[in-house]
Design a protein around this ligand. Sequence first.
Ligand code: AMP
Length: 356
Amino acid sequence: MTKPGITIGVFGGGQLGRMLVQAARKLGFKTHIFDPFDDTPAGRIADKQTISPYEDMQAVTNFAKTCDVVTYEFENIPVIAVEQAARFTAVYPDKFALQTSHDRLIEKTFLRDKAGAPVVGFAPIETMNSLSGFMKKYGAPVILKTRRFGYDGKGQIKVDTPRDVKAAFARLGGTDLIAESFAPFVREFSIVAARGREGEISCYPLTENVHKDHRLHTSIAPADDRQNIGDKAHAITHRILNALNYVGVMGVEFFELEGGGLIVNEIAPRVHNSGHWTQDAGCTDQFEQHIRAITGMELGGVVPKRSVKMTNLIGDEILQADALAKKPNSYVHNYDKRDIKPGRKMGHVNEVLEEK
Ligand code: AMP
């Protein structure tokens, strides 16, 4: 158990940071948000905020010196910021998790070679010929992705036939690309899990995810485990967390194949959109779990008392928040973002489906 009143620093002031601030406050901790922009969802409600580019090493130093532990809420934070903060205070998850998830090629190689996790066939792509060769080896279609800064389906193209190779290659800029074989999945799901400072691990149950326009739309948990894949997915998640010596909450995204085969699509070294259902399921929510893990507290219970469907409120869907909140068993979480923009995650609603 740690002392109340310690300060938790968070790189990133978005909605995930905001919900981390809310959880930290519940546990009696103070928070300090670091973000390049003023008036962020998290900065607005934190005890303290630093508004500065992540590359400003003096600002990072000053920030870290005020924090007992630092974490991050999204993975595109520059590694140098985390390295610099780690000179002055504890940082969890550490820079290895961040580095691994920055680059899809490094991440897939880590998953396959260090964590023994099943992944699709993949290869770095530097030339059109290498993409054609990859397609010959694995068969069409293949997915071409940028190695860095891809999220919510950005920076990726499905290449259906050899004729499409040239256009796809040109559209993604032709460098720093990775090709992946196509996973013929029957369902996408994720495991949100936490690993504490002593190496203890707790996994939430299977969460079924449905995407719309390449963005997460709904998550249902606990998902129907019709192919008995839960234990296998948890075992893979354990191996990933241990191989990284990870501390904190992580989201592991999977493809489920016909016959019960599993493929890990990607990992997110942070609290995860597909774990938002935990807030209204009667177990420890993922934000509190992350704060517990990084501060060295005991991890909380992960067995939900209710099954929950989470739906993201994107763009002007947030205008339905009041109507949704009127429904019995529906709990709206509004991120209080200033401007409604198409495609922007503005909030989510958790609908309790069933009491256990
Ligand atoms: P990502 O940005 O890698 O999370 O991909 C976004 C979405 O694209 C995934 O949730 C899948 O629906 C789809 N996708 C990505 N990679 C593959 C793949 N190798 N095979 C089939 N579908 C994929």
